[in-house]
Design a protein around this ligand. Sequence first.
Ligand SMILES: NC(=O)c1ccc[n+]([C@@H]2O[C@H](COP(=O)([O-])OP(=O)(O)OC[C@H]3O[C@@H](n4cnc5c(N)ncnc54)[C@H](O)[C@@H]3O)[C@@H](O)[C@H]2O)c1
Ligand SMILES: [Zn+2]
Ligand SMILES: [Zn+2]
Length: 393
Amino acid sequence: MRAVTWQGRHDVQVREVPDPVVEDPGDVVVAVTSSGLCGSDLHLYDPLAPFISRGDVVGHEPMGIVREVGPDVSTLAVGDRVVVPFNISCGSCWMCERGLFSQCETTQNHDQGTGASLFGYSKLYGQVPGGQAEAIRVPFADHLLVKVPHGPPDDRFLFLSDVLPTAWQAVTYADVAEGDTLAVLGAGPIGDMAARIALERGVRVISVDRVAGRLARVFGRGAETVDMESVDDVAERVRDLTDGRGADAVIDAVGMEAHGSPVAETSQKALGMLPRKVQEVVMLNAGSDRLAALLTAIDAVRRGGTISISGVYGGAASPLPMFQMFDKQIQLRMGQANVRRWTDDILELLENDEDVLGVESFATHHLPLEDAPDAYRKFRDKEDSMVKVVFQP
Ligand SMILES: NC(=O)c1ccc[n+]([C@@H]2O[C@H](COP(=O)([O-])OP(=O)(O)OC[C@H]3O[C@@H](n4cnc5c(N)ncnc54)[C@H](O)[C@@H]3O)[C@@H](O)[C@H]2O)c1
Ligand SMILES: [Zn+2]
Ligand SMILES: [Zn+2]
């Protein structure tokens, strides 16, 4: 089959790879009909490159039709329409029982010291073949797959794989109630959807980004916006909008590739010039993230407020202003989304005829798999008004 494969830093290519088959009795093979491109894929494209191997199939936001079921699968049949969550959880371990699916003890990667395995996400997370492909093997299928009705277009349900539960968790962890003010840093797919979910819950949203078209999208949904390029100090601007106090909560939907961190950006680039083995060791022990967005969050949140981080960080030695964080009595929550923890709640909302979150018009581009190399580059460079790409293999 055809699949998007990682071939080197800034280099993904569509290649012929072996067809996935049922390997364990609880597996299902899904023929992929749609598959998202995510900001997290961009980290593999560059800063996390030391951890991925040439030829790995990438992508972690697929949905499609069940093509083959293992002998132990009892709730799914060939022809069912399903969405694949990006993290791989067993559904029955101690962590899964507590809804902490991204920490599943059955798929944790002890050799790497990381949580649950992820589809298409490097050897840090199990080196499991991903979903930007014509088909994907899904383990623990009875528990993991989200069965959705036939009929509506894929985009109605596709974002259950990542964007929706990630944004849902970000807003839930931000702990905001109706009438509270939430600042959302980043208006990419995750920040955009987090803004929509918060607005839907009656929360006042201030979205921050540097891409005018992305800010226009959230403005259109009812958020106030701050273009970080047109103000001297984002946190100061957020305080101006909140009686000098700061936002009740801030979501960081930016992560390790934030703009405005020149020193870390230079060191990330320098890291890329070292031999691969050395890169890996440096990143795990002394690697530093670009912290611009997180530092803005710490500054812009009110005293006693909450910061909810969904942007991915990967450095082991990122300097943080502990004095300010302690003194402001900030609460921090973060992590990969526990996808399966939220999907049933969100599915209820999606089955509503109204499309309250605007998922059907959320993607800006629907492209064939073959366009992946170009799409990765354009998505990174924010060209062509690209916000969310859906590949249709
Ligand atoms: N926690 C999870 O489970 C999970 C799941 C999916 C994605 N993510 C992460 O969420 C982050 C966002 O993903 P995305 O798909 O929306 O990606 P994206 O790269 O399209 O969006 C990031 C946005 O942040 C903006 N930005 C850059 N620097 C900024 C700054 N200093 N202040 C404010 N905005 C800034 C960019 O212009 C861009 O629009 C990524 O780090 C991704 O890896 C996490
Ligand atoms: Zn994703
Ligand atoms: Zn588990």
